[in-house]
Every structure is written in C-alpha cells, then in structure tokens.
Design a binder for this molecule. Structure first.
Ligand code: ZN
Length: 232
C-alpha cells in the first residue's frame, strides 16, 4: 500500500458485514486545478478512493453518504442485490479503471434511488475527471453533459448552498460545464449572471475565474468570426 493511503474497518450500512476501506491521507500536495475544480495532486489521486464499495453485498456510495441510507432505500437495494449476487471487490489499491467502475456503480444505485440532482451531478463530474486523466475525451464529454444536466436542475430546485458550494459557485460551474461541452450559448447567461451581480464579487476567486473564462469565450468567438471572414 502506498505511503499516502491507509485502511480502516467499516461496517456496511446495508448488509452490516465488515470490510476494509482505503482512505487517502489528508496531507496531499496540490499541483493545479482546472476551471471546473478538478484538482491534481502529487503522488496519488484521491478521487480513486471516494467511493466505498462493500465486497459482500455490492452496495456502493460516496464515502460521506455511505451511511445515510433511509429505510426505503435500504429495502430497495437489499431486494435488488439479493436477487443478483453482485461480485465486486475494490478493496486495497485501485487502478483508474477500477475507480471508474466504482463511480459507475455508485451512479447506478443513486439513479435507482432517485438521489438529488446535486449528488448525481457530483458523481458524473468526478467520473468525467477520471476520463480526463485517462485522455478518454469522448467519455469525458458524455459524463460532463450528464453532470451539467443535473447541476442545472440542482441550481433551480435545491436549497443552496450545497455543503460548501454556494449559489455563485454552482452558477459558475454550470456555465463552465456548458462551455466545456461545446454549448457556449447556454454557458453565456450563467457567466453574465455572475459578472453582473455585485454580491458575487464577495466570492473573489469565483468572480475572477468567471471573468477569465468569459474572456476566453470572447477571444474564441472573435477568432471564429475572423476565420469565417477569411473563408468567405
Ligand atoms: Zn454490504
């Protein structure tokens, strides 16, 4: 096991059996961050270990939500899993492909349980980041499209802030994900919303990031206009 990982015993919230979960030590060195908050660390990628998967029953969820199973969800999952004998073991070190598989499992259960749009958005976004790391552009785009679909719903329907994610941050993220998936026309109103909101200035990092990305969009558009002129 790498120096950056450690294991703890965990009791499954669904089947009550015990298994080992791998955790990442908190003192990681950040290298850089993309505009959609995908963060790169030296030595280990903590996203690989965010999903806990029980090897006994097959239940999987984000670590922070693993224990929060309401009785109705428990019943639905138990019924589904006992009929199937899901055979998965993602304990110990994970490869990127295994990490991707854990996100797919967590997404599958979350969709089955009609989880909130923000939770699904978060799962799809992290899945997209793993595809980005792998250089799988097509899969990354598909996952980002799903993420923005859910996050846009969350913006209108859910009570904000979502944990540490404020309305300004979420507005920015929706805009940025539309931009990243080539839906620039849909992205623009979200950037305008931030840049025309005096209160958004209080969230300096996001405000500045929105300005940078907005400038990139404008430069790109000018470039495209020039190219169109040159071709005509
Ligand atoms: Zn279990």
């Amino acid at each position: 096991m790498s120096d950056y990982l450690y294991e703890v015993d965990k009791e499954c919230a669904l089947c009550s059996q015990s298994f080992r979960v791998t955790k990442v030590k908190s003192r990681l060195i950040k290298i850089k961050q993309d505009s959609d908050f995908c963060t790169y660390y030296k030595d280990v990628n903590p996203y690989y270990y965010s999903i806990w998967v029980c090897p006994h029953c097959g239940y999987a969820a984000v670590d922070t939500q693993f224990d929060s199973l309401v009785p109705a969800a428990k019943e639905k999952l138990t019924k589904f899993l006992t009929e199937r004998q899901v055979n998965v073991n993602f304990c110990g070190n994970r490869t990127r492909e295994q990490a991707i598989a854990t996100y797919k499992l967590a997404i599958f259960y979350s969709e089955m349980l009609d989880s909130s749009a923000s939770k699904l958005g978060g799962l799809y976004l992290k899945l997209a980041w793993l595809y980005r790391e792998a250089g799988y552009t097509e899969q990354e785009q598909a996952a980002l499209s799903k993420a923005v679909e859910h996050y846009e719903q969350a913006l209108f329907r859910e009570r904000l802030p979502l944990g540490s994610m404020t309305e300004v941050t979420l507005t920015f993220l929706v805009g940025d994900l539309f931009r990243r998936t080539g839906q620039v026309e849909k992205a623009i109103p979200y950037f305008n919303k931030i840049l025309s909101n005096p209160q958004a200035k209080a969230e300096r990092n996001i405000y500045n990031l929105a300005r940078e990305v907005w400038q990139e969009i404008r430069d790109l558009r000018k470039q495209q206009e020039l190219e169109a002129v040159a071709e005509s």
